[in-house]
Structures are given as structure tokens and as C-alpha cells.
Design a protein around this ligand. Sequence first.
Ligand SMILES: NC(=O)c1ccc[n+]([C@@H]2O[C@H](COP(=O)([O-])OP(=O)(O)OC[C@H]3O[C@@H](n4cnc5c(N)ncnc54)[C@H](OP(=O)(O)O)[C@@H]3O)[C@@H](O)[C@H]2O)c1
Length: 223
Amino acid sequence: MRVVVTGASSRIGQAIVRLLGAEGHYVIALYRSRRERVLEALGGSKGEIHQLDLRDENAIQAFATKVGEIDALVNNAGILAKGLEVVHVNLIGTIRLTEALMPKMALRSSIVFIGDALADGGMRDYPHYAASKAGLKAYALSLAKLLAPRVRVNVVEPGIIKTDLLESDAGLEGKFRKAVPLGRLGSPMDVARAVLFVLQEEYLNGCILRVDGGLAITNLANI
Ligand SMILES: NC(=O)c1ccc[n+]([C@@H]2O[C@H](COP(=O)([O-])OP(=O)(O)OC[C@H]3O[C@@H](n4cnc5c(N)ncnc54)[C@H](OP(=O)(O)O)[C@@H]3O)[C@@H](O)[C@H]2O)c1
């Protein structure tokens, strides 16, 4: 498969690039600023990397013009922050890229959106982020109806994944870990394996796959 992966420099994005590369797929990895992390993830695998800011409409169009036919798009880039900027990147930028690439999607190709297992319940501290992810899910499910049977569209929703911040704050990490029914936080590779699964399974369309160790069904989901 020729697969476009956004946010390839993120912890989860790097794991997706590594896994797809190891499985022999050709990865077209997009990043905004941390090029060295994408190169590290791609390693010796087949692929290419492109710098692209999802807020830049012209850059999106230019990339869509030059990229060849693709078999999959993994919309992973996303920021967790306060304010409307989050909506511009996570929702508007991702929709713009997806629509620009639609003419390039091969017959029987697929799109995966990375959502968030906790977004639907609302987030006191990150309302714009929660809105961006909930909106993205509604958009993804709409595409799953609109583009079938030519293109499948699915959503993978991580719970709390081990990040640099959590690794540096043992107290917070421990608190979250205890709240997860499976007793541990997710790893970027847990999410990457779910992405590979939905890319490969040909009868999945409009599927929402939570990768959260059961967190969304607990009280901690009320954050
Ligand atoms: N980590 C978690 O616990 C968790 C939980 C639920 C959902 N998720 C979702 O999983 C995805 C990856 O999360 P992560 O924690 O691995 O991410 P991260 O480490 O915080 O990195 C954010 C990623 O988004 C990219 N990005 C930011 N602004 C951009 C822009 N304007 N244009 C293009 N790319 C931009 C960054 O690119 P550069 O680094 O190159 O600037 C980076 O690759 C996100 O969609 C996130 O919402 C994560």
C-alpha cells in the first residue's frame, strides 16, 4: 500500500510509520516541524517525507497535486491545546487535506481518522479539542456513507497514551494508570496496531475502534 500519514513526527505517528514500514508498505510521511523524528521512524523503509502545515491551504493543494495515487490516508496529526487554533488544525486542516486527496484515493482504498476516546463526553479543560475530535468523528462517519464502496472510512480512538509529559510526571502517570481497567496506559504501538488492523480489514467501514484499555467506560472519562 501507498499510505499518507500525517503528524508522522508525533509519538503515535512515529509508531504508525514504523509499523507500516516494517510491514513493507510505502509511507508518505507528513510533518510540520520535527523532520528528524520522521526520518528516524522511517529508518530504512521505503517512503518519502514532506513538510506540510495543515493551516496552510496552498501547501495542502500543492501536496495533493504532486502526490500520486494512494491506497490509504491516516489522519493522525492533532494538537491538544486551548482555543480555536485547535479547531483550525485538528478539524478544518484535516478535512481540507482529506478533500484535497480524495481524487487521489485508489479504488478500494481507505481513510483512518485518529480521534480521542474521551472527546464525546466533553473535556472541562479542553473544550475546543473535544469539539474538534467529536466533529472529526461525525465527518468521518459521513464519509463512510458517502464514499462507500469505493473508499472505506474508519476511526481509531486512543485513550491515554504514554507521552513525554506523562513519563516525566510519575504522580500523574500513576493516577491515570490506576484508572484504566487494564492497569496500564496505552503505548503508541497499541494505537499503530489498531490502525494497521482497520487498514487491512476489508469489511470495516464506519467503525469506531477505541484503544483505551477500557478507560472510556470508567469515571475518569469525566475529565
Ligand atoms: N497522546 C495521547 O494520549 C492521545 C490520546 C488521544 C488521542 N490522541 C491523538 O493522537 C494523535 C497523535 O497524538 P500524539 O500525542 O502522538 O501527538 P503529539 O506528540 O502531541 O504531536 C502532535 C503532532 O501534530 C503535528 N501538528 C501539530 N500542528 C500541526 C499543523 N499545524 N500542521 C501539521 N501537523 C501539525 C505535529 O507535527 P510536528 O511535531 O512536526 O510539528 C505532531 O506530529 C493526535 O491526533 C491526538 O489528538 C493522542
